[in-house]
Design a protein around this ligand. Structure first.
Ligand code: GLN
Length: 323
């Protein structure tokens, strides 16, 4: 069992690395650059519908192919327990009865960050509010397990958590390891620079010192462009480097970039929709966990349709992120 878990962890970390190498402008991202400008507005109904349909098709295809539940997963006691519980009660089976445990990395404002008064314990942000609502509307309580971004999919596959909500971009490579919900947010990579920077487009980064966050899709984009870069563990560390003049540009997700620029003097955002395609955030569940995925998809679809997610986005983008 220990050995199987180790093998699984290795396979998953390879999948995460592959995702990091190939996710930029992945084909699961929302169609065209018009979406890029609509980041803060959330998707139009039409876009949401068609993306939802695509994602569902993908999810269905994935779950059929999900014999990739690998031997290790089949061995997993957590997986067995979940299946038994589901058969017994008809309720969605979770790691802990009555609790929907989400993994996240609370270093990604406005989606997840630590605050004095969070929505789930000390955890606050758009994702945390969505997680809490999904759980409570289904008669459960939401719990958060905080961990490194790179550990999230491994913890999910090991049965340590029920789902991942972490501003996580859907990529083909990650879809090989887990199933994704319908997307709930469209973002893009942007460049954060000093206000007096002469960087006006992605190509201007060629002779500059670039900072990214390890394992984020921003790292993938810069790597795909063939530029050298330095990767930091946290967004705040990369920003500090920029503020201190030790790097020239940080490439990171748009809404998070906006928070950093709001919270730090002397920085601005430079967009280049030709270089950075749109990305979609979704919730991940274990491969083949259709019961939980259906529940999450219904909740997200309802929240996109009634404007809840749009309102949360506006609320958290305007608010100060106390970290
Ligand atoms: N959207 C980016 C990714 O999926 C960053 C997510 C995050 O850091 N929470 O890689």
């Amino acid at each position: 069992m220990k050995k199987a878990t180790k093998v699984l962890a290795l396979v998953l970390s390879m999948a995460m690395t592959m995702a990091a190498l190939t996710a930029c402008g992945n084909d699961t991202a929302a169609a065209d650059s018009t979406d890029v400008t609509a980041v803060e507005d959330t998707q139009t109904d039409a876009a949401a519908d068609s993306e939802a349909a695509d994602a569902q098709t993908d999810a269905a295809a994935d779950s059929e192919a999900a014999d990739a539940q690998t031997d290790a997963a089949a061995d997993s006691e957590a997986a067995d327990t979940q299946t038994d519980a589901a058969a017994d009660t008809g309720a969605v089976a979770t790691v802990q009865d009555g609790v929907l445990t989400f993994g996240t990395n609370p270093e990604f404002p406005p989606f997840e960050f630590v605050a004095a008064n969070g929505v789930i314990d000390q955890y606050d942000g758009i994702d945390m509010a969505i997680a809490k609502q999904i759980a409570e509307e289904n008669g459960m309580t939401a719990a958060i397990e905080s961990m490194e971004f790179d550990s999230l999919l491994i913890a999910l596959q090991n049965g340590q958590i029920d789902a991942v909500i972490a501003g996580m971009t859907v990529t083909d490579e990650r879809k090989e390891a887990v199933d994704f919900s319908v997307p709930y947010y469209t973002a893009t990579q942007v460049m954060i620079v000093k206000e007096d920077s002469d960087i006006a487009k992605a190509a201007d980064m060629a002779d500059k010192k670039i900072c990214v966050v390890q394992g984020y899709t921003g790292e993938t984009c810069v790597s795909d462009m063939g530029y050298d870069y330095e990767a930091f563990k946290k967004g705040t560390e990369a920003i500090l480097e920029l503020v201190n003049g030790k790097c020239d540009v940080v490439v990171i997700d748009s809404a998070t970039a906006q928070k950093y620029v709001d919270d730090n003097e002397g920085l601005k955002i430079v967009e280049d929709p030709d270089a950075f395609e749109s990305e979609e955030y979704a919730i991940a569940v274990q491969k083949g966990n259709t019961q939980l995925l259906d529940m999450i998809n219904s909740a997200i679809e309802a929240k996109l349709a009634d404007g809840t997610i749009s309102a949360l986005s506006a609320q958290y983008l305007d608010a100060d992120s106390e970290e």
